[in-house]
Design a protein around this ligand. Structure first.
Ligand code: NIG
Ligand code: FE
Length: 387
């Protein structure tokens, strides 16, 4: 079996406090990582690395675990730049623009969607993301949701059925929910790992707490695991519903009550924060400090979508988390890697340890601190390891 040593790493972030400096990030300086068949077979001091068949010299750069973008809506066609401009001029976001993307996505064929998603995944990888969760949710018919999930599955094992994104224009609400939990779920469950719902009573387009519970329970009965869009536009039932049902993650958490934070602290549900959305919709940022201080597991993701946040950049999200939400650079990197891996219930990604997936991101910088210190500068890229 062919082995590769990634050598001359100036600073290696392992997310393993048992190695290196003993911090949460498990920092090692002058390090090397040996990779065999896509897995890490050894890591430690560069001078002590075992012989390998090939050598990749990263010339003193920092290496971090590949970013895990645990929330994205990459399967879409069309453009909503004008909606963004209107929002910057003061028009509030309420989810109504989703119908524009639904029309464009339905009109695009599978081949066009595949090309669009391939481009977006490549854009993410070029910025250091090595795992991306991909939702459906712009099809909203049985055939179009199946097409969206089929395309998503070509690029990621982390596929999420979001038929309950909004009630499509002109369709009766009760009739649509029956379709989602019936024929659409039956067709989509084999193509997805997760089910998600836009639980947002403040939006006329999204779903209230009871509707969301019904949809999530149907998804669980069909073998899917649970994620929730909750508390994005206003305080509401999303967070507590997610905890009650043991969802792996509740995402957004923009408007949190003290009871929401208590519920998260007492449960197993990760709070996934999406500060690119607050940035791009001019909303208040979530109280990340309160979550962390309460001991809640926090993840960071882009939410890359054409409506509320059209960025594919995890480094931007890390910079926003530090600058706007008060995370330390170490907390932000942890949340964008180990935290988001946990939100996907994945033990093989999000950290660098022997046996884990060799998802390495190299920085054009001496330290991970530069991720937040140099916002907007393309310093991160997923490392291509020769086969
Ligand atoms: O996560 N809030 C619901 N869904 C997306 C936005 C979808 C859109 O506007 O196209 C989100 O913000
Ligand atoms: Fe989203």
């Amino acid at each position: 079996m062919s082995s590769v040593v990634v050598d001359n790493i100036g600073e290696l972030v392992t997310n393993d406090s048992a190695v290196g400096d003993g911090s949460t990030l498990g920092l090692l300086s002058d390090a090397a990582v040996v990779v065999e068949a896509g897995r890490i077979s050894w890591l430690g001091s560069a001078g002590a690395a075992p012989a390998a068949d090939r050598r990749v010299d990263v010339a003193g750069r920092a290496v971090v675990p590949g970013f895990v973008d645990s929330h994205s809506h990459l399967v879409f066609a069309g453009d909503r730049g004008a909606e963004f401009a209107a929002r910057m001029a003061g028009i509030a976001y309420d989810g109504g623009g989703i119908s524009t993307t639904v029309a464009a996505t339905r009109a695009a064929g599978v081949a066009e969607l595949r090309t669009l998603v391939a481009g977006r995944v490549a854009e993410m990888r070029a910025q250091g993301t090595t795992t991306v969760e991909i939702k459906s949710g712009y099809g909203l018919s049985v055939a179009d949701e199946v097409n969206s999930l089929s395309v998503a599955g070509e690029f990621s094992a982390e596929t999420t059925f979001l038929g309950a994104h909004v009630v499509p224009a002109g369709v009766d609400r009760r009739h649509y929910i029956d379709l989602v939990v019936g024929e659409m779920l039956t067709a989509c469950a084999p193509l997805a790992r997760w089910i998600d719902v836009f639980c947002e009573p403040a939006s006329a387009h999204a779903f209230d707490g009871d509707e969301s519970r019904e949809i999530l329970l149907a998804g669980r009965a069909a073998g899917l695991q649970l994620r929730v869009h909750g508390n994005q536009l206003a305080a509401g039932p999303g967070v507590q519903l997610a905890v009650e049902l043991g969802a792996a993650s509740v995402d957004h958490c923009t408007f949190l009550s003290p009871a929401d934070i208590d519920a998260l602290a007492g449960g197993q549900t990760v709070a996934t924060l999406l500060p690119g959305v607050e940035f791009a919709t001019r909303s208040p940022y979530p109280d990340a400090r309160a979550l962390l201080d309460a001991g809640v597991a926090v993840a960071l993701a882009t939410d890359c979508n054409p409506g509320t946040c059209y960025t594919s950049s995890m480094p931007l999200i890390i910079a926003l988390a530090v600058r706007e939400m008060g995370l330390t650079p170490a907390e932000a990197l942890w949340a964008a890697t180990a935290g988001s891996a946990h939100s996907l219930r994945r033990a093989d990604i999000g950290a660098l340890r022997v046996g884990m997936s060799a998802d390495l991101t190299v920085l054009e910088a001496p330290s991970y601190l530069h991720l937040a210190y140099r916002p907007g500068v393309p310093i991160a890229r997923a490392l291509e390891i020769p086969g």
